[in-house]
Design a protein around this ligand. Structure first.
Ligand SMILES: *[C@@H]1O[C@H](CO)[C@@H](O)[C@H](O)[C@H]1NC(C)=O
Ligand SMILES: *[C@@H]1O[C@H](CO)[C@@H](O)[C@H](O)[C@H]1NC(C)=O
Ligand SMILES: *[C@@H]1O[C@H](CO)[C@@H](O)[C@H](O)[C@H]1NC(C)=O
Ligand SMILES: *[C@@H]1O[C@H](CO)[C@@H](O)[C@H](O)[C@H]1NC(C)=O
Length: 565
């Protein structure tokens, strides 16, 4: 039955839709994840995600539009008006989506990575024949993870949630159909070992393009990630590329963009810690953006269902800050529950915590910017960044170093306490080489040796606490293995170097056993059992997998003559 509403009533329903959005975003003073009324805010998103039309909320926000957003919203409004209470049934939603949306994954065209070739030199470095065959397969996997974004995304950005970038990208794999910021650091390192110079350079050029366009790098290649970033590895990527190819022209024409991205972190993500009469500037993850994450909408809505509107918005901002840290989610970002209750995901307060690893990454960024400017002959700029690095090293020492445990610890701005729990990131200053004295290196190595964490044969666990979240025990993640192993390997202590090799051997064995069993590479592994993927969190474990392959190739490059299967 055709049904036309009197105009007054129609205006009223439109107001409900608009006013709901305003109430959410505006009352708390927080902007939405992005401005799109399809992908980031509004009634259509809310109805589709709360009806759980798809099993993974990311499905809907990765779909493309067949008509302009205005037309689609207008037609949706008609549908809403035809439904009692404005609630569209799940079946009608599905029909609507089928009419006006294209399935996810259509923004890419087939992409041959032109610089791929058989037999990069790294393979000859690997003595164990099984490991060499495996590395050959991993090297070949890059071909299946390469994507080129269609020109249509550039010409009609309003029809896509995908963010256009000019050069081919290597994606992580699985549900991660777009590039991710910090994942790309390990992917690029793997590509460099695979001698894929153009692909690696293109990925760096994509990030520079994003900095130029947005002043920062979004978490990943979707507009719903636009107001949050991820651990800032861009300058470190450039350093890896420069170490291999000395491409001064590329560096010279882009160094202002590296500095611009650094500036984003210093302007938008810094915090002053006053301690013992001194002020220290350090950085934290802090995404002051409201509303549920579009790609995990129903999870966020349910998690906050019993909270007041203001608390909801606060918790949603803190969840986004956790996503920005790369550790989504983890007991590392929990603060104590009220009335002695056990802390849960609802107690996530990421912005209250000053993390060791973020500051170690920025310390390295300052170091590289100083040496880049020196290479380019700009002494005053080089001195400026050298001074910034010295200031940060002093701040890290004052705020993070715990003399009793002999290690760096995250600092809580609210309780003004250090978090004594084990995380692999506690050792990040070793990897970043942001340590003033050799005696601290020795203590940090002792800390790891004495820690229960080093007793697991399958890799270093993310924490020693089993919260059910994916960045906690018993999961072990490739980037964290890299940070610990390379941190120990950089030390001049023979015992630390030997420990690095042993940890590398453990990790390679875990990855290889799982590969033999499942014929797949996973985003994370379980430190318990006999080579199996990790679990927990809000989605199924993903295969592919960009950073896993990158870290394995790096370990095989470093220790190829000694590692065994
Ligand atoms: C960074 O801060 C500036 C100035 O406060 C603000 O206009 C901008 O929106 C912020 N950017 C992000 C991505 O938060
Ligand atoms: C530290 O910063 C606060 C403001 O954030 C200021 O009031 C105080 O004077 C500063 N202290 C020192 C020692 O600079
Ligand atoms: C909200 O409260 C209800 C009733 O007490 C409870 O069943 C539900 O689990 C709560 N939701 C969350 C996410 O805590
Ligand atoms: C160094 O860089 C700054 C900022 O880009 C510029 O203003 C200055 O002229 C440069 N100095 C030299 C010696 O190139």
């Amino acid at each position: 039955m055709a049904f036309t509403m009197p105009w007054k009533l129609r205006w009223f329903s439109l107001c409900i839709a608009v006013c709901t959005t305003l109430r959410n975003g505006a009352a708390s003073g927080l902007p939405p994840p992005c401005d799109s009324p399809i992908y980031c805010t509004g009634n259509l998103l809310k109805q589709v995600q709360t009806a759980k039309v798809f099993s993974d909320d990311k499905h809907f926000v990765d779909m493309g539009l067949r008509e302009s957003p205005e037309q689609v919203l207008q037609k949706f409004q008609k549908l809403v008006e035809s439904c009692p209470d404005g609630k569209v049934s799940r079946n009608q939603l599905l029909q609507f989506i089928n009419l006006f949306f294209t399935p996810p994954g259509q923004e890419f065209e087939p992409c041959t990575l032109q610089d791929w070739h058989e037999n990069p030199k790294i393979l000859a470095k690997i003595s164990d024949s099984k490991l060499r065959r495996w590395a050959t397969n991993l090297h070949a996997l890059w071909k299946s993870l390469g994507r080129k974004i269609k020109e249509d995304v550039k010409n009609h950005p309003e029809l896509h949630s995908q963010i256009y970038v000019p050069y081919p990208v290597v994606v992580p794999g699985g549900r991660f159909r777009e590039f991710y910021y910090w994942d790309s650091y390990w992917i690029i390192n793997g590509l460099l070992l695979s001698e894929m110079r153009d692909t690696a350079k293109g990925m760096i050029a994509n990030f520079l393009y994003l900095v130029e366009k947005y002043g920062m790098i979004p978490n990943g290649g979707r507009i719903y990630y636009l107001r949050r970033s991820q651990p800032p590895f861009l300058t470190l990527m450039m350093d890896c590329y420069m170490n291999k190819y000395n491409d001064y022209e590329f560096l010279r024409s882009n160094i202002h963009l590296l500095e611009l991205e650094y500036g984003f972190w210093m302007r938008n993500r810094s915090v002053i810690v006053s301690l013992d009469g001194k002020n220290h500037t350090l950085n934290h993850y802090n995404v002051q953006v409201g509303d549920p994450r579009p790609e995990s909408y129903s999870d966020d809505l349910e998690l906050a269902e019993n909270f007041t509107e203001v608390t909801k918005q606060e918790v949603w901002a803190e969840l986004k800050s956790a996503a920005e840290s790369g550790w989504d989610f983890s007991s590392r970002w929990y603060v104590s529950g009220s009335k002695g209750q056990t802390a849960t995901l609802q107690n996530t307060r990421t912005s209250e915590i000053v993390p060791v690893d973020l500051n170690a990454v920025l310390c390295q960024t300052e170091h590289h910017l100083a040496s880049f400017y020196k290479m380019l002959g700009n002494t005053s700029k080089a001195q400026e960044f050298e001074a910034a690095k010295m200031r940060r090293m002093n701040a890290m020492q004052a705020v993070f170093w715990d003399e009793t445990l002999g290690i760096w610890l995250d600092f809580n701005l609210n309780t003004r306490d250090r978090n004594k729990a084990f995380y692999p990131t506690n050792l990040a200053p070793l990897w970043a080489e942001c340590v003033n004295s050799q005696s601290l290196v020795e203590k940090a190595v002792q800390y790891l040796k004495k820690s229960e964490a080093s007793s697991y044969q399958n890799g270093i666990p993310t924490s020693l606490f089993q919260s059910g979240q994916q960045w906690d025990f018993p999961n072990a993640w490739p980037p964290l293995q890299h940070i610990v192993i390379h941190g120990l390997a950089k030390s001049s202590l023979p015992s630390a170097q030997e420990m690095a090799f042993q940890l590398a051997q453990n990790w390679i064995r875990t990855n290889f056993l799982a590969y033999e069993k499942y014929e797949a590479m996973f985003e994370k592994y379980d430190v318990i059992g006999d080579g199996k993927p990790g679990g927990g969190g809000e989605y199924e474990v993903q295969e592919g997998f960009g950073w896993t392959n990158g870290v394995v190739l790096q370990l095989l490059d470093t220790y190829g003559s000694r590692l065994s299967s």
